[in-house]
Ligand binder design. Structure first.
Ligand code: BYC
Length: 331
């Protein structure tokens, strides 16, 4: 039935290759907004694209714990410390849901982590910047989680069932994260001149890297066209970036902070903010491993893996002992 709803022009993959009958049936399901589940047939490149995106998303959550973890012992009050700890634990949880979603596509967690540790898999560029002051924790919540939500709310409707369902819970928690970040920045912006300067300094340093989180401009985004045909992505990188700017600029104005972009202006006719040129050279350098903290972040993850070896070994030995007790004849 859903075949009737198919876009008649979509008989080719975005790569220009003619679709097989099986691929066409698959695309028809997607066009009819029917979720693809792990045991359903799917093109190999759909599976690979999902593994790439979901695992990079999972790695971003786990690496994203590091810049925040840097401030747990220095949070200004007990309440802020408890909130920050809870937020970091949430990020760990998001990473685990996402690794589980990726595993449904037939790849093991060990392989996924191996790809992170070898540098083969990416994680979000944003986490290669340092957290220099407490205001940076506010900026991460306000801007970085704000950008993450902008990207992830549409992903709740993406075509792959396990990913879309993971995003529903993740988005609820991210929305709390964004508010706690805004609350930190608002408190500083309403505080002493020194606190206000800290908030402005954090905005100055995190604004442009936050805009880069949405990925390269549409003209240079290699995966967007195919991912949108498959509804792995529902909006382009530039569309989401524009929405983020339009949402965030009024929040900065409310706080009395200045967005560090002299070219920023409201375009009344188009009902959107125009903004200045992003330094894409900086973005691609960070992706190549040359950001301020790339080496430190990756090393921290590799060390955590190595230092946790004894826990994994002990858990395996315990599981084997339990299994031998339950099924003594199986050994
Ligand atoms: N950083 O063709 P494109 C969070 C790569 S954090 C690094 O447009 P795609 C959190 C891209 O992978 C947010 N790499 O790619 C918040 C590709 O390289 P490969 C995590 C980037 O996939 C607070 C190449 O550039 N969210 O949640 O169509 C605390 C070409 O790009 C970046 C997600 O991951 C970047 N910013 O679109 C803790 C959301 N941008 O793979 C955690 C899910 C691009 O060919 N992901 N690249 O080597 C997505 O929506 C998409 O993957 C992206 C990129 C929009 C990010």
């Amino acid at each position: 039935m859903y075949a009737q709803m198919v876009n008649a022009g979509a008989d080719k993959l975005k790569s220009g290759v003619e679709m097989t009958a099986q691929e066409r049936a698959f695309q028809e399901k997607i066009d009819a907004d029917i979720k693809i589940e792990p045991k359903d047939w799917m093109p190999e490149s759909y599976r690979k694209t999902l593994i790439r995106q979901i695992s990079q998303h999972a790695h971003s959550e786990i690496v994203g714990m590091l810049p925040e973890g840097n401030w747990v012992t220095r949070a200004p009050t007990l309440e802020r410390k408890a909130i920050l700890l809870a937020k970091i634990q949430d990020e760990g949880g998001h990473g685990l849901y996402l690794y589980s979603a990726a595993e449904t596509l037939g790849i093991s967690r060990d392989e996924l982590l191996g790809q992170l540790h070898s540098g083969k898999a990416k994680y979000s560029s944003i986490f290669n910047y340092p957290t220099q002051t407490w205001a940076d924790i506010g900026a991460i919540g306000w801007l970085v989680d704000g950008a993450a939500i902008m990207n992830q709310v549409p992903l709740q409707r993406c075509s792959f069932g396990p990913y879309s369902r993971a995003m529903i819970r993740v988005c609820k928690e991210e929305s709390f994260h964004q508010r706690q970040g805004y609350d930190i920045i608002r408190t500083l912006a309403e505080g002493t001149a020194e606190q206000r300067a800290m908030a402005q300094d954090a905005l100055n340093r995190w604004w442009w890297p936050s805009l880069m989180m949405f990925g390269p401009p549409d003209g240079q985004s290699v995966h967007s066209a195919q991912s949108m045909q498959w509804k792995i992505k529902l909006f382009t990188n530039d569309e989401l970036r524009q929405r983020f700017v339009d949402q965030t600029v009024p929040q900065a104005e409310y706080l009395g902070l200045t967005v560090p972009d002299p070219d920023l202006r409201w375009n009344e006719q188009e009902q959107r903010h125009e903004f200045g040129e992003i330094d894409w050279n900086e973005f691609f350098e960070v992706l190549k491993g040359h950001g301020p903290c790339n080496k430190e972040r990756l090393q921290a993850r590799v060390d955590a893996w190595d230092n946790g070896a004894w826990v994994r070994e002990a858990a395996m030995a315990h599981a084997e002992k339990q299994a031998a007790r339950t099924h003594p004849d199986a050994a």
